[in-house]
Design a protein around this ligand. Structure first.
Ligand SMILES: O=C(O)C1=C[C@@H](OP(=O)(O)O)[C@@H](O)[C@H](O)C1
Ligand SMILES: C=C(OP(=O)(O)O)C(=O)O
Length: 411
């Protein structure tokens, strides 16, 4: 599905949108629910990634295909590794077969797991023979993906003696590790994270309880971008959010002050309001703690004619696509002066945006969603717009509600 987006008449936005549960919290809780059936989950994400996770956890088939879902791939690797007596071949989309898994597989093998590669060494598909793990100490590299660490933490309390993890090197995406630990704490699973050591204590059962998933902050980022590009006085209410979030992407509230967006926290919702013009100074941010909002912020800067220097982007190369290259290529088509390295992005300010450019999305939901707000400036085409369902089922309906006109486009 290719689409053309434009805005027919500028008007002040004043809308209320409900966003589905965080896919990160949901995919952790789905694994935890399998290990602790006493818990129930509310406001579960309806994302494709969470649907993949649910299917994977309920099927009895040997072959389990999780599509593009990084968290499902990584979290299920540990889950199946300790599922004694079960043999599983875990695979995913073509892109997933090029997203590295070796660091996690090596850590699990060090603990005694039986895992082998079905095709390319270091990448899915992997064959996992579920085994009983008795070791309780492991080292793992922390600078490639925090998902490997969360994966071990999720199963840790079910190991006989719990698990102590020593993180080697710089640690990336730390809020996601803290999210995992906070959810464990919520379930009564004791843990501590000190310096580069994490310890999770064993737990056989927890109390019957409902865990409520906060809505997805990465999904909220697109509304921050839209409000930034809107008339002063425009506002959007998003449900269901809270001030004390487990999601690192809630740093959006602070970052988007640069674009004149004020966030107010209500009872279970946030309101984003454009209160003043954007600050035209260069935006300098290290995003190692919030990599998923890099695309949104870059496009907001481009649309607002603001230069930016984004650093801490070393994980972007191994996400749904190489997001640094994708941003570079698509923004260049729109007329931007942009340069990227393997871990950073520099965008010059420029006051020209080319019209009617067809944005390629590279099977990456965030490419489609990050570029959509540009429609508030110029007509823009988005190719393979259906990719958004990886994390956000009703994204295009919500864009229509905001006032973006969407029509089919024939290539
Ligand atoms: O644990 C998680 O839920 C996630 C961790 C991050 O990945 P990395 O740790 O690989 O950066 C993030 O980009 C991803 O969307 C979700
Ligand atoms: C990187 C992402 O997801 P995953 O790694 O779980 O595929 C994302 O949603 O931006």
């Amino acid at each position: 599905m290719d689409i053309l987006l434009n805005v027919l008449a500028d008007k002040k936005i004043n809308e209320k949108i409900t966003i589905s549960g965080s896919k990160s919290e949901s995919n952790r809780l789905l694994i935890l629910q399998k290990l602790f059936p006493e818990i129930s989950i509310e406001n579960l994400s309806d994302s494709d990634d969470s649907v993949h996770m649910q299917h994977a956890l309920s099927t009895k088939n040997e072959l389990v295909d999780i599509g593009h879902a990084g968290t499902a791939m990584r979290f299920l690797t540990s889950y199946f590794a300790v599922n004694k007596g079960r043999e599983t071949v875990l695979t995913g989309s073509e892109r997933m077969q090029n997203r590295p898994i070796e660091i996690l597989v090596n850590a699990l093998k060090d603990l005694g797991a039986e895992i082998s590669y079905e095709a390319k060494e270091g990448y899915p598909p992997i064959r996992i023979k579920g085994a009983k793990i008795i070791k309780d100490k492991v080292q793992i590299n922390g600078n490639v993906s925090s998902q490997y660490i969360s994966s071990l933490l999720l199963i840790a309390s079910k190991l006989e003696n719990g698990l102590e993890i020593e993180l080697i090197g710089k640690i990336t995406s730390i809020p996601y590790i803290n999210m995992t630990l906070s959810l464990l704490t919520q379930l009564g699973i004791e843990n501590k994270f000190e310096a580069n050591f994490i310890k999770v204590y064993p737990k056989t059962a927890t109390q019957k309880q409902a865990v409520v998933v906060e809505s997805d902050w990465s999904s909220a980022s697109y509304f921050y971008s839209i409000i930034s590009l809107s008339e002063i006085g425009s506002e959007i209410q998003l449900t269901a959010y809270k001030k004390e979030s487990l999601q690192g992407d809630s740093c959006l509230a602070e970052i988007y002050k640069h674009f004149g967006v004020l966030t107010t926290f209500g009872e279970n919702f946030i309101t984003l309001k454009k209160v003043k013009e954007s600050n035209k100074e260069t935006l300098e941010i290290d995003l190692k703690n919030a990599p998923d909002i890099a695309q949104t912020i870059t496009v907001t800067c481009f649309a607002e004619n603001i230069a930016c220097n984004l650093t801490g982007l070393h994980t972007l190369k191994i996400k749904e696509t190489d997001r640094l290259v994708a941003l570079n290529d698509e923004l260049t088509k729109l007329g931007a002066s942009i340069s990227v390295t393997n871990e950073s992005l520099h965008l010059e300010s420029s006051n020209k945006i080319n019209k009617n450019i067809a944005i390629k999305t590279y099977n990456d939901h965030r490419m489609a969603m990050a570029f959509a707000p540009l429609a508030l400036r110029v007509p823009i085409k988005v190719l393979n717009a259906e990719v958004v369902t990886k994390s956000y089922q009703k994204f295009w309906d919500d864009m229509k509600q905001i006032g973006i006109n969407i029509t089919d486009y024939q290539r």
